[in-house]
Design a protein around this ligand. Sequence first.
Ligand code: NI
Length: 427
Amino acid sequence: MNRLLLESGNYLDSSGNVLAGDVGIEDGKILFIGSAPKGWQSDQIIDCRDKLTIPGFVNAHTHAAMTLLRSYADDMALMDWLQQKVWPAEANLTGEDVYWGSQLAIAEMLASGTTAFADMYFFMDRVAQACVETGIRASLSRGLIAAGASEENLRLSENEQLFIDYHGAENGRISVMLGPHAPYTCPPECMKKVVALSERIGAEIHVHLAETQWEVNQSQKKYGKSPVSLLDELGVFERGTLAAHCVWVSPQDIEILAAKKVRVAHNPSSNLKLASGAAPVTAMLEAGVIVGLGTDGATSNNNLDMLEEVRLASFLQKLNRMDPTVLPARQILSLSTQGGAAALGQAESLGRIEVGCNADLAVFDMTAPHWYPRHDLASMLAYSANSADVLYTLVDGRILYSKGEFMTLDIERVKAEAAARGLRLAK
Ligand code: NI
């Protein structure tokens, strides 16, 4: 399908306002908004009356295949959770598990209006395969954890191969970063190797950073500096960096993040559930830090619903600052779309409904009771909409999800495989 018309609907513009108008798509890109060029005819029309089209959500940090461990280990402290439950279960993961876990995650994301995600995990070639097949957009990185600090154990070459095989694949729909897991699992000697490889092949870096107070205390004790200062000194931020969490950052840390144009992925559900803390999102935005929103993995959330992150991110900042005016509806929607696009390093082509941008879109149905009355549609989207309202999800102008049906994956098979594999891993 080359030409698609979203007719007679409403759309969220890049300032966060909802306007009425048609959106025309050609060859995967937004060709026009408003009236069609003379003589232009669509191959397919979606009737968008009583519907709201938005740029698809960009999930700026997740571990897609962790859907397999959903509800397996809840209500635990982060390090106990990792050491006692998650890491032992993950030790038994196969590539086939990761493939089906990723398919499940992709189904969940498409059904809730997410069109792109930044992923860090293992067997990433199988995640890439799932992305190629399903049509979703993704930035993939191999989680690099030092076991004995040797390069072989670090799996750097695996991440390099992923970059060679998939960076820019599918007409740019798939990109690849290097994924040093965190300063506490990828110590300075390893981090230096990652930076050197990143310089050599031109890859950006995706890392967990300053997630818990424990991490900051440990870094101060071991290196006499914060995790942010440490990575800055190691040159990690020279490469173009996506940093997940940044919960425990000082004003000096925030200055570094802003100066080095580090893109932060804020994960409110995960930070709340693991009681990691409230990231100073408002302070980071005031300092000019680029911020996107993420779900983190389904084990620490426990879903991949970006609309929930939108609400929670806003409410958490309001409570944290004891100020209901911070992170208002339009700004938080912008973080979930444009902020996420910037987090993935794709601000130019993604996250906005503008002519020339990729047609990565979600269409919300507005007929449910919670869409009435309509004083302010942007506010309704941020605070009262439900991701079950999503009717269509498109990536590169291709309809991947349509009224409950998945066009590019076999959902019954995906659910059955994920259910069986999840239970096996938990044994
Ligand atoms: Ni994470």
